[in-house]
Design a protein around this ligand. Structure first.
Ligand SMILES: [Zn+2]
Length: 239
């Protein structure tokens, strides 16, 4: 298959067809992506208000938490696949380098990587479609790329890359339907700040999932509070 990795430009007579790209996965599956342009412009973004938008907080334990209080968990099949991924990774590392058994184990691992990628894309397409269709605007935190590179924890790395591809899906779905994605820089205080009165918790460690604001006496779920703050910060109001 000599076409692999090539981008083939369409002939100049065709306005519709832009490029065709051929790619191959590590398990020898070939994909052809065809980029076309129907000439139609994306709709103008519709206006939004506090009432018609949501904030979304990304998490390790829950995939996403919404400012409405709703929590979107990673699907169970994805968790099972991720457990199996750890198991297969250990198996590959225990085989002798260059051996047939190692190649076999590596192939199985690559197959599982592909399966997880497909499961994740499917899940993310469904969630992003729902969020964009139900709201006029969605506020999210963008990732700290420097932090991502320094991070060696597998769970965090997987969560970061999943979030990145989710935000991409949200963004283009919003463009297609006249909605808005508001991206704010990763903001350390989104969990620590009381979304009701603005009080800042002095030492909110990762293990604290709930906290009572000593200033206004509101009990906060850590992630819901963060999602509300992300929404407020995105539209320029801190309290
Ligand atoms: Zn408070």
């Amino acid at each position: 298959m000599g076409l692999e990795g090539n981008i083939i430009k369409s002939d100049s007579n065709s306005e519709f067809l832009k490029t065709i790209a051929v790619s191959r996965t590590p398990t020898e599956k070939y994909y052809i992506s065809i980029l076309t342009d129907d000439g139609e412009k994306c709709p103008e973004p519709e206006s939004f208000s506090h009432a018609t938008m949501i904030g979304v907080d990304v998490g390790l334990l829950t995939f996403a938490t919404l400012s409405t209080g709703e929590k979107i968990d990673n699907p169970k099949f994805l968790k099972i696949s991720l457990e199996r991924l750890k198991f297969l990774q250990r198996r590959v590392s225990r085989k002798v380098i260059g051996s047939k058994n190692r190649r076999k184990a590596a192939y199985k691992l690559a197959k599982l990587h592909e399966k997880i990628a497909n499961q994740r894309h499917d899940f993310q397409h469904k969630v992003s479609k729902k969020l964009i269709s139900e709201n006029q605007a969605v506020a999210v935190e963008t990732l700290n790329i420097k932090g991502m590179k320094k991070n060696h924890k597998l769970a965090q790395a997987i969560s970061d890359s999943a979030w990145y591809s989710f935000v991409q899906k949200l963004t283009y779905k919003a463009e297609w339907s006249g909605k808005t994605v508001l991206k704010i820089g990763q903001w350390e205080s989104s969990s620590k700040t009381c979304s009701v009165c603005g009080y800042k918790h002095p030492n909110l460690t990762e293990d604290i999932r709930e906290w009572l604001c000593p200033s206004c006496n509101v009990l906060h779920d850590r992630d819901i509070n963060a999602a509300i703050n992300i929404k407020k910060f995105a539209v320029g109001t801190t309290v």
